[in-house]
Design a protein. Sequence first.
Length: 826
Amino acid sequence: MDKFAEIVFDIPVDSKFTYSIPDYLQNDVKPGVRVLCPFGNRYLTGFVINLQNSPEVKNVKSIKSIVDTSPSLSPEIVSFSKWIADYYASPLGEVIAMFVPKKISIKSEMTYALAEDYTEKVNTVDSSNNLIFDIIGLIQKSGNKRLTRKQIEKKLKGKTGAVLDFMVEKGILTRDRTYSDTTRELYVKYIKAGFTRNSVEEVIQLNKIKTPRQVELLEMLSREETIELSRLKNFKIPYSTVSSLYKKQLIEIIDVKKERKPEQGFEEEKKIVILNEEQQNCLDKISGSIAKKEFKTYLIHGITGSGKTEIYIRMLKEVLKKGRTGIVLVPEISLTPQLIRRFRNHFESKVGVIHSKLSEGERLDAYLSIREGKYKVIIGPRSALFAPLENIGMIIVDEEHESSYKQENSPRYNARDMAIVRGMMNDAPVVLGSATPSVESYYNAVTGKYELLKLTKRATEAALPFVKIINPLEKYESDGFRKNEIIDKSRQKFLSKELLYAIDDRLERKESIILLQNRRGYHSYIECMNCNHVEMCDKCSLSLTYHKQIHMLKCHICGFTKPMVTHCGECGSTLLVDSGAGTEKIEEELIGYFPNARIERMDSDTMVSKYKYQKVLNDFHKGNIDILVGTQIISKGLDFPNVTLVGVVNADIGLLIPDFRATERTFQLLTQVSGRSGRSEKPGEVIIQTKHREYKLYDMIASHDYEGFFKTELKAREQGSYPPFTRFSIIEIKSKSKDDCLKESREIYRMLTVLESSHGLLLTPPVPPLISKIKDYYRYHIIIRTTKKSDPAGKKMLSAIRGVKSKLQKSHSVRVSIDIDALNLI
Ligand code: ADP
Ligand code: ZN
Ligand code: ZN
């Protein structure tokens, strides 16, 4: 008989814990069930992973209770979690926790109440401490309710731990644990007729109902089966009407479970389309795998507007016909309202949408609906990969090249790569789609690891837009400016004449315009002309950006803000010059030129609420906005037929940073944003401004030459020993003390060099990354690579990293994190 259970917790500790199972829980504790266990001086919810006959450790504690009656984790989820935890060298508990909504976990908390005889007890203590009376007063004021320590400290604005302990010891307070509420399902009150509905006239007469409101309500109830109580105010029927009819037993009040569904307010007609040949070919190929329940990875390389979404929908219909389910991953939900609308049009209530802005209640509802089998298709960002669907028949990763699939805190998984693993575990095909596939995926496709499917034409009659690359400085030269004047001019004006003429032309023709400037704020940094000092964040090694709307300087890493400066922080000079332009400045410049145009800015500063994106996108779609200016968020999958001009103000942003993927990202961003132009019968144009017209990259963007880009880039990757030829991981060492940071980095590096030849590692000694300090933490990076040839599954690299990790001393001052297949190098 199993007497012990191995349990993991959602804590950053990479180990399993053994607990004994009390007799009365023997039948209930099974793998996948959540249990409440004593942990240190509190109780934590944990997940049962295994059962054991004899424990490997002595003196085990015992499980207190179970949280679920049926396992919340299927065996598939447990093995998938183990895979992820293994591959990313992450704690299993943290990985498993991603499958269950946070709020559903229970954490215990201390609460305090006044003892019955507290007045007597107070008299016995030395009462010089005012805090004692403040606490007593506070509890009395709250109606003698139990208060948590957090509540008390918030009200009294200070630490109370020691005093509370003292008061408990002296018998003034009683202490108890309560378990914080899990988010509850939402119930809504409805009313319904308490009489046969066609007898309403009789009922009114018999009961001598005279008040017009009561008559009205009874008549309403004879027509409608049920009415939501809160809707009555729309008909000006007060609650007193309800209560008097209720007392006469003429109406019933019932509770109906309501699902909190976030509104997706994007309207689009359901179109009936006939697939073109390329689309049909794509569908036929993948249908084969769906029918055979075969795991296989496909990469659809389809140019912008080639109709990928349509194929996704048809594939999923076949999956559902087979009685299986599907997951669709998208980079960001708020930016894909059209895709969601199209899925809703086809699958209606079978689609569940998950995203990071859901409230805890909404998340719980979605989770329960998936478990109950109501949703057959789940759409969402990377976290949707952890939907507890059963019998998964397909996973789609749209815009697979997007870096948002990578989670940048622990567990640092990449959902695109893990989608392939989950597909494999479910015998299900996995479909990656993009107009600009990542170099890694395309390489896998051309080498036969994935099957490559191409869509080379736009689905509608439209052609790809005409792309023009211009150097705004050259323009000025031809206009007769001298060099230093050029620099002055270029500082103040960012839109070239050519771009302005094109905008003017579209405004006249009532066509829409998208302008990309991939940097938010007003200008990018402030420099002192006297001493060259640049205003920096106090906590990060990053220059501050001026935000005109709030008249503040802001750090784009940690969010630190301070008032705009008038004097140099170093020498006090007032000769401050601002450089570069962000979206705010471009917007201002546009308003100056086109005061009558309707201009809207879209970046993470303006898009503060979850509805704002949708409103702006809707307005733009309807033609209520002429020019949309924004950061990269405007480059994502928008399909607006009326856009005929896309302008890129400064294409070089992002190109010159020290990251081997900078070229790839620039190609992707500019190709994607160009793809927003000319999607219907009106031809599209793109104007890209760069100061580096000589770069080959821009020619390839102009000629929509993905293959050309891929070939050139692949060569560079091979020469530099970068992915896809190597696995590329980073060990990050952080500390508030620069010395400790460096010391630990050198020690880890030393340990790695011992394994260098046996494990075939390519090591780069510790160096600070571009942003060498974030939020007061100094940073060092050690880059570890192994070649794909010598280490195809990455096992050698992992074993080296694990080996070093297990030898690390626990340190409070230094933090070490591991980023397998790192995407973020700065
Ligand atoms: P992608 O996701 O590849 O950029 P979309 O799926 O958004 O492209 O499709 C672009 C447009 O073409 C949409 O308006 C879509 O309704 C339309 N479309 C897709 N397939 C067809 C087709 N076979 N015939 C006509 N229009 C189509
Ligand atoms: Zn900062
Ligand atoms: Zn100065």
